[in-house]
Design a protein around this ligand. Structure first.
Ligand code: SF4
Length: 449
């Protein structure tokens, strides 16, 4: 019997993983290292994430000690300011055939073809439509447009790329000409150019999208990112990371790029001068050893690049995903696990300044709680075209500056509007009658809606 079998910190299902949360470390030693500010290793992280592999389940008292250490570290590194950005989500298309089992965002691309007659819930935007959505949001005062999309088969990087794809007889390239679809998304370069309105910050092209943008070529990721940068790309979201351990990716997203490719793309983005973020999506089939290894790979990446501006723990939302429908998971992470994930991210990633609390994943109360577990950033307004069209209400998720100012000051912290790279920061006065963004190219303090 190994140390894992002796523990009740068991993974959710039996997927035959090699990596297990067994260590030669003790919880107390790991916590002492964390408190002293020593660089942690994977075993330390496993001990902290499990609150000790010597005990069954989560020990609440130990958990509080981990959270306290993380909160102190947060205060020492970034102080009491809690940041947020005025941003718009403008996703170009939901068409995707990659089939990730945790995803409920995509729609099979066959449904978007001209020959398909039935209704489907998905969408594809032309560059003209993207530009209109971004222009409207810039007028309202957003600083950033964030765009992450499905891997539409007709999307190519640019005209050169389309020429290569059209000439290829390879059947494994996930390519189909635009004429086959109801709506032509054009190219990645045209979409980025369209979103590059009046100096708004364009945050787009995940490693998975960058892979799609070079499929069938021998181009390097650097070359791809350089062309996108020339079109107006400012920074790259480090999503599609999921868990950077291939035995987990083989279960939840077998058709996606592997962890080595993800890291290669991120290094390339940094090499051409683009800022990045990094994420972890946890709480599905993986165990604490996978989470710890993931943190280690992100820290190594940051040691090499220095380009990661924030780390974003994303708690898996299991409802309506193929993983749940197939009975592979029946729940996401518990609140204890969420708090520990944020806290250990803060303690482990000694080279990443900002840890984000995602209110979309944790909810309002949970999201606020994370601000005392090591997090110091509270996402963005996530304006969407749908919301601007309908001027608020219940349509989609959106957080106003007023809500941000009230929520953050209510927990005794300082609300601060930030730029995507955190370099520009502005304290928001929670007692002001009117609060709105001021950092965007056309922002003048008027509320977004
Ligand atoms: S690549 Fe992205 S959009 Fe496509 S299935 Fe995977 S997570 Fe969903």
């Amino acid at each position: 019997m190994d140390a894992f079998e002796a523990s009740a910190n068991v993974p959710r299902g039996d997927f035959g993983f090699d990596r297990r949360p067994a260590t030669g470390q003790s919880f107390e030693n790991a916590l002492a290292k964390a408190r002293a500010g020593d660089r942690l290793d994977v075993d330390d992280a496993v001990e902290l994430l499990t609150t000790g592999t010597d005990r069954d389940g989560i020990d609440r008292q130990r958990k509080e000690r981990v959270l306290e250490a993380a909160d102190r570290r947060r205060a020492a590194v970034v102080g009491d300011e809690v940041t947020f950005v005025a941003n718009l989500n403008n996703n170009v298309t939901t068409a995707c055939n990659t089939g990730c089992l945790f995803c409920n965002f995509k729609d099979r691309s066959e449904q978007f073809r001209t020959a398909y007659q039935d209704d489907h819930g998905g969408f594809t935007k032309t560059p003209t439509e993207s530009r209109a959505a971004v222009r409207d949001a810039v007028e309202r005062g957003v600083y950033e447009v964030c765009s992450v999309s499905g891997l539409h088969p007709a999307l190519a990087l640019d005209a050169d790329h389309r020429e290569i794809l059209e000439a290829s007889d390879r059947s494994d390239l996930n390519y189909r000409p635009p004429a086959a679809y109801d709506v032509d998304p054009r190219t990645y370069v045209e979409q980025i150019e369209a979103m590059n309105v009046d100096g708004v910050h364009v945050h787009s092209m995940t490693p998975e999208e960058a892979y799609h943008a070079r499929r069938g070529t021998d181009w390097s990721y650097e070359e791809v990112f350089e062309r996108l940068q020339a079109a107006g790309l400012d920074s790259v979201p480090g999503t599609a990371a999921e868990i950077l351990v291939d035995e987990v990716r083989d279960v939840i997203c077998p058709a996606k790029i592997d962890s080595g490719e993800w890291l290669e793309a991120m290094e390339a983005a940094a090499a051409v001068g683009l800022d990045t973020t990094a994420t972890i999506m946890y709480g599905h089939v993986e165990n604490e050893a996978h989470r710890a290894i993931h943190l280690d790979r992100v820290r190594q990446l940051q040691d090499r690049t220095g380009a990661i501006r924030e780390f974003v723990p994303l708690s898996f939302v299991h409802e309506e995903t193929p993983l749940a429908e197939r009975g592979m998971v029946d729940a996401g992470a518990t609140a204890d696990e969420d708090e520990l994930m944020v806290a250990v991210s803060r303690l482990y990633l000694d080279n990443v300044e900002h840890i984000q609390s995602s209110w979309v994943k944790y909810g309002d109360a949970g999201g606020l709680k994370m601000l005392s577990c090591g997090a110091d950033d509270f996402m963005g307004t996530i304006l969407s075209e749908e919301i601007t069209k309908r001027a608020g209400g219940d349509h989609g998720e959106f957080r106003s500056f007023r809500e941000y100012a009230d929520m953050i000051s209510a927990v005794g912290r300082v609300p601060v509007e930030r730029s995507t790279d955190y370099e520009r920061r502005r304290r928001v006065d929670p007692d002001a009658d009117v609060v709105g963004p001021e950092l965007g190219p056309k922002a003048d303090g008027t509320p977004l809606l």
